[in-house]
Write a protein that binds this ligand. Sequence first.
Ligand code: NFS
Length: 676
Amino acid sequence: MAEVTKEKAAKPQKMADAITASIDPATQEMIARAQKLGVETVFDRAVTMKPCNIGMQGTCCKNCAMGPCRLPLPKAGIEGEDTRKGLCGATANTIAARNFARMVAAGASAHSDHGRSVAEVFLSVARKETEDYKIKDPGKLIAMAPHLGVATTIEKDGEVLDRDLDEIALEVAEKALAEWGKSEGELVYAKRAPQPLYERWKKLGVVPRNIDREIVEIMHRTHMGVDQDYKNLVKQCTRAALADGWGGSMLATDLQDVMFGAPTPLQSEANLGVLKQDHVNIIIHGHEPILSEMIVAAAQSKEMIEYANSKGAKGIQLGGICCTGNEILQRHGVPPAGTFLQQELAIITGACDAMVVDVQCIFQNLANVAKCFHTKLITTHPIARMEQENVLHIEFDEHHAMEDAKRIVKMAIDNFENRGAEVMIPKYKAVQIAGFGVESIEYHLGGTFRGSYYTLNDNIINGRIRGVAGVVGCNNARTKHNEAHIAIVKELIKNDVLVLTTGCNGIACAMEGLLTPETAQVFCGPGLAEVCETVGIPPVLHLGSCVDNSRILLAATEVVKAGGLGNDIQDLPAAGSAPEWMSEKAISIGHYFVTSGVYTVFGYHMPLDGAPVLKDYLYEELEKVYGGMWDCEPDPIKHAHKMIAHIDKKRKALGIDKARERVLMDMADRREMEAK
Ligand code: NFS
């Protein structure tokens, strides 16, 4: 390890307790090591810096220079009329709704701008301007084309013929890109939702017009002196969030699948223990697979492997952090080295020869940590650079993608010999099966004769599977790393709820070993265990990155289509959860889940306490409007049981609660019944 000097690493006054900071032993080990070396991490900063109390309540307005106006809730609560207001007269509801809306805007823009980049690369592919990216999954292209209004067949002389694939690709690329800024019409993918849901959006006037417009409109409405009605602000949040989930994110997922292949289940590992002492270790961190796909290809090339060997390394080990990690996991089996909160720790192993980052969820402090080691920190995206001088910037361009990727991989290889002697890679890693998607769930749980999701629906109806939960989202340094993720997922599967996971929850579950079929016998209720055993799937299905939450929307739509469980997403015995959310993207996801009809519980505190009327609107009244609503419950067990109670409520409404009672009988009950 390079020598850690005082100037290089500022030691915080107070430090985190490694054991209470995380449930994960690898993380605990690395926090302790960082502290021993005097390298500060997010865990320490979370101890030394407390969050702002008024910001926590959501009632600090800094949208004009007369403020910031701060409207905390009085300690004694509010009796009678709420007279709090900012200089312009903005009420607590207006301020908190504006802040909430700006979170939705930022989250939706992050996902959607990612989607736009993917669509632009796809246009280059369709125009044959790049050699490095190709259409890997023509089947997916054919499947998505009709949803964009692109014909896949042509009629010639009375005969129906397949249309040329290149022609389809070009039209799909152009139509997809138009979704961001077309001047009229509405988001075409909105019609992929179940009909009653689409009709409801239509009636309420919330079908997005185009992706960019809805985000821009939030910024306009939340400018000083514009929208001052919290319900109207929330309505615009709905348009922007739907434009994310059913637009930017869904297009990102679809086009990534077309270019890089729709994921299929595969085996991999997870946690910091995937790094190898005798290999060149490259960590890929961020979100857009445009970069990471090329790095994977470059690292697997004979040329690069031989070059690594020539430098004394046995090979090249890639590891992912955050959602780019999920992207290359689900398509190539590249193991994630950790979740969001482990990014600094990957460098602290001393074994990370290069960390390559693109956009989103990247700590600026990585640069300070990298300075203490030999690690090359490389930014690659024009919109995400770092000010620190030790950070290298290699701008990645789809027109010479492979060349860029090889340059980066070579740089990491050249850096291998600079590794200090003192490397400490935690031994912890777990095996996982990942790479599920709408198509593979259909394959594993579907039937061939009565609709594609029939077997899944049948098992929900007969009660073996009590319901389905989407558990997603980040880590948050204000809560114990991975604790809520794991506790909630375990409680759900114990109660026969099948879990669909994405994002950092997926990585957390993988690290904990929950993503294997064998888990079913250990942690699941008898019904879910039986199904998992029969079809050979884990009780927690990893669907990919956070933009892949669109897969959860489409899986829910397929369940509706398969029949027997109502005719809308809101009828399903299903619920959503983000146990340790921190990012604005999570708020956008939460809001499109809710307005698509899903009861959605967040585990970490929501910035709404300062505006109780707005809070009630989001937590209660929205259910009457959209069939879904927000909730927040920090206690993981209560959190899971709120979801289960909702699932049971929906089962009852569907008239399938009786079937469940039957399945839940134990042997003693059965014997008693037989005796009667
Ligand atoms: Ni989602 Fe994925 Fe992780 Fe949170 Fe960040 S990586 S896009 S935002 S922290 S789940």
